[in-house]
Design a protein around this ligand. Structure first.
Ligand SMILES: [Zn+2]
Length: 63
């Protein structure tokens, strides 16, 4: 009875995965997380990741 076995949808590849991490309200699978880390910021793929991540609603910042 593990909570972590719940299926979640990755916002990057839009596939259903059991394991990954939460970034604010979004879920990112381990595969995409690793790919993002390995992708060069100059690469067009990186811009694609950024575009997907920009959809995430960030919590309000109190300053
Ligand atoms: Zn993914």
């Amino acid at each position: 009875m593990k909570e972590s076995n719940k299926i979640k949808t990755c916002i990057v590849c839009e596939k259903e995965k059991k394991e990954g991490l939460y970034l604010y309200t979004a879920f990112i699978c381990h595969e995409c997380e690793r790919e993002m880390v390995e992708t060069e910021p100059e690469s067009p793929k990186y811009a694609e990741f950024v575009k997907k991540l920009s959809k995430i609603r960030k919590p309000p910042v109190f300053s």
